[in-house]
Design a protein around this ligand. Structure first.
Ligand SMILES: NC(=O)C1=CN([C@@H]2O[C@H](COP(=O)(O)OP(=O)(O)OC[C@H]3O[C@@H](n4cnc5c(N)ncnc54)[C@H](O)[C@@H]3O)[C@@H](O)[C@H]2O)C=CC1
Ligand SMILES: NCC(=O)COP(=O)(O)O
Length: 327
């Protein structure tokens, strides 16, 4: 079974990444089925398939496409909210196929949150939309993973002010527990070590630089530890991601989006992968966005998409073997 790769924003770098991924994978016995408008694909052969099961036999000689036709022409770098319905339909179809067990995973090309919102899309991004499509709204966890670091932000796509207001002990515990479970199930850690970041400079320095560590984060760590999870901290965020610190934990639980994503992307944006934990299906994506400024210029680096496809395969294999072992 192959993963499904969604179209993403047609004016972004998704089509070019799809072409480059096909070129790299076609001789390696791996593949994917792309759900999008074949008119976006340039320079390589495409073949329309009616069912995802046909894609494996096609992949070595053409990009297999489950078609979703756009309502008009696309200019690279110029997003158009008139395309939003098809962008969303591609994600919906991939998810449905994954829930039906007909594709091994959903791998998403980047979408523009602002463009979709302008068209009335009611979700901050894929992460929340996929949880809703899978019938588990609120259980989604966003992880960014690279060979050097795994990070999970407790609060995600909200303003920094809103992130601070919405941070609670309960939320940190909920995300920490889900993270521990995913590290066991999906990443094979028997006793995962979770390093919890502080919120304030110097993790509050004993309350001199903020009280959130004492009133919110430390109690959460205690609850996680009482639940048998190897959580520790809160650690000063400025040294949590150094070369010396990273080998000491398997994932960092961070308090807000940029606390998590800045170190990951600075260390290795090319290999970073976004993984949605807490879903009944496997979903990965590149860690970057639509990169409109370079769309259509043959400058897009497919490494992150290739990493996302590889991780989707590995997670699928691990979940399948976990199921086999259960009584
Ligand atoms: N999973 C998703 O669908 C994601 C979507 N986005 C969306 O992407 C849009 C643009 O976001 P930005 O913050 O500008 O981030 P971005 O990742 O699109 O671009 C940041 C910088 O990195 C470069 N870049 C990104 N990917 C690249 C690649 N594969 N090869 C070469 N250069 C690359 C861009 O040219 C730009 O200079 C936003 O609308 C955002 O919502 C952002 C992150 C993830
Ligand atoms: N910054 C990460 C990000 O935007 C992920 O968005 P999505 O995968 O939820 O669409």
């Amino acid at each position: 079974m192959l993963p499904a790769l969604t179209m993403g924003d047609p004016a972004g770098i998704g089509p070019e990444l799809t072409v480059k991924a096909w070129e790299q994978l076609r001789t390696q016995g791996e593949g994917f089925v792309w759900i999008g408008d074949p008119a976006l694909i340039e320079g390589i052969p495409t073949q329309i398939v009616n069912e995802p099961e046909q894609a494996g036999a096609v992949f070595a000689h053409a990009l297999p496409v489950l078609p979703v036709y756009l309502p008009g022409p696309v200019v690279p770098g110029q997003p158009d909210s008139a395309m939003a319905g098809q962008v969303i339909a591609s994600i919906e179809r991939a998810t449905r196929l994954a829930l039906e067990g007909r594709v091994s995973a959903v791998v998403t090309n980047p979408i523009s949150k602002a463009v979709l919102k302008a068209a009335g899309f009611g979700f901050p991004g894929h992460t929340e939309f996929l949880a809703s499509l899978c019938g588990v709204p609120g259980e989604e966890i966003m992880m960014l993973a690279s060979p050097q670091l795994r990070v999970v932000p407790v609060t995600v796509h909200v303003s920094l002010r809103e992130a601070l207001d919405s941070l609670t002990t309960d939320k940190i515990v909920q995300v920490g527990k889900a993270l521990a479970q995913a590290l066991r199930r999906d990443f094979g850690f028997e006793a995962p070590r979770i390093a919890v970041a502080g919120l304030n400079p110097h993790a509050g320095e004993g309350g001199v630089m903020g009280l959130e560590e004492q009133v919110m984060i430390e109690p959460a760590i205690r609850i996680l530890r009482e639940a048998g999870i190897d959580a520790s901290g809160p650690y000063p965020p400025d040294t949590l991601f150094t070369d010396l610190a990273r080998p000491l934990y398997d994932a960092a639980l961070c308090m807000y989006h940029d606390q998590a994503l800045i170190p990951l992307k600075t260390l290795d944006m090319a290999s970073g992968v976004n993984v949605t934990l807490g879903l009944p299906i496997v979903r990965t994506s590149p860690d970057h966005g639509t990169a409109f400024a370079i769309a259509g210029k043959n400058r897009a680096d497919p490494t992150s998409l290739l990493s996302a496809l590889r991780l989707a395969r590995d997670l699928g294999v691990r979940r399948a073997s976990g199921k086999e072992k259960r009584p």
